[in-house]
Design a protein around this ligand. Structure first.
Ligand code: GDP
Ligand code: MG
Ligand code: K
Length: 296
């Protein structure tokens, strides 16, 4: 029996507006079998896109907190970054030749303390003047604890393949997190479940989000409305109680927030039903199933 190794993991992209994150994502994801919603590229969502290959799956997320206007930036950023650091295997810190760490010192400090491998990407080197890249590299390496520095030009696709290689070198052996076939066939379901997951992350303490899985059981789209039935799986009865909350208030709040976000995302009215089910060892079983599917 041959054991096929498969790598999978989460790469969180952190960076100020206009450094070229979206351009870079398009280059990285562009010619590969993957999904990325054009709507997702507006950076309203944590998930930016996926790269799927026979032997790996990379899930890219961004940190929307870093894209807020200045006054809001500070108060909201740290919680996003905290979540972001918790579930990242690799952090892609994107900067360019021109921006500084101003206003994001806290974030940099947090990243430095996280222990998560950081790849420092310096973009727009096509515009580099004499010595400028060296100076910018020195500036950032003094501030950010990065494992490696990757100077690139996203618009020229220069050195972007190296980013992929550096990520793969650090990605753990793991079965795919998202069903590869389903992603290409039904990306809407994927985004619907990600939106619900995001709201669960925002509304419950950290052990709860990690013990839940969201499955989209029904997704019916007609001209004016999308009807979605989602099951939130938890591992224990006590977690079910927490998810639902007193008088159903907590779950209701998640539903309201998820629906609002879905309406923006899909550009349609959403009718959303959410149910909570206890399934022992749900996570393990799910991974087993996926592994099995992959090995076939
Ligand atoms: P984001 O806000 O970080 O997602 O940045 P965008 O990807 O939207 O890029 C912001 C601007 O920088 C756009 O006008 C891009 O065309 C430009 N840009 C991105 N990458 C490069 C690059 O490698 N070189 C140059 N010269 N411009 C770039
Ligand atoms: Mg962008
Ligand atoms: K995005």
């Amino acid at each position: 029996m041959t054991e096929i190794t498969h790598k999978a993991g989460f790469v969180n992209i952190i960076g100020k507006p206009n450094v070229g994150k979206s351009t870079l994502m398009n280059v990285l994801i562009g010619e590969r079998l993957s999904i990325i919603s054009s709507k997702a590229q507006t950076t309203r969502h944590r998930i930016m896109g996926l790269i799927n290959d026979d032997n790996y799956q990379i899930v890219f997320s961004d940190t929307p907190g870093m894209l807020k206007p200045k006054y809001e930036l500070h108060k909201s950023m740290m919680s996003f970054v905290n979540i972001s650091l918790e579930d990242a295997d690799v952090i892609l810190f994107v900067t360019d030749l021109f921006e500084t760490e101003e206003e994001i010192e806290d974030v940099i400090e947090k990243i430095n303390q996280s222990g998560t491998p950081v790849l420092l990407v310096i973009n727009k080197i096509d515009l580099s003047k004499e010595n400028q890249l060296e100076e910018v590299t020195a500036y950032w390496t003094q501030r950010l604890k990065a494992e490696t520095v990757i100077p690139i030009s996203a618009t020229e696709s220069f050195n972007t393949e190296r980013i992929l290689q550096e990520i793969l070198d650090r990605l753990p052996d793991h079965p795919p997190f998202y069903d590869k076939a389903e992603l290409t066939d039904k990306p809407e379901r994927f985004f619907a479940s990600e939106i619900i997951r995001e709201k669960i992350f925002n509304n419950y303490k950290k052990e709860i989000p990690y013990s839940t899985e969201v499955a989209i059981e029904d997704f019916y789209e007609d001209e004016k409305i999308i009807r979605i039935r989602a099951i939130i799986y938890v591992e224990r009865e006590s977690q079910k109680g927490i998810i639902i909350g007193e008088g159903g208030k907590a779950l209701k709040r998640v539903g309201i927030q998820a629906r609002a976000e879905m309406e923006k995302f899909f550009g349609k009215k959403i009718f959303l039903e959410t149910y909570v089910k206890v399934e022992d060892d749900w996570r393990k079983n799910k991974l087993k199933l996926k592994k099995f599917g992959y090995d076939q």
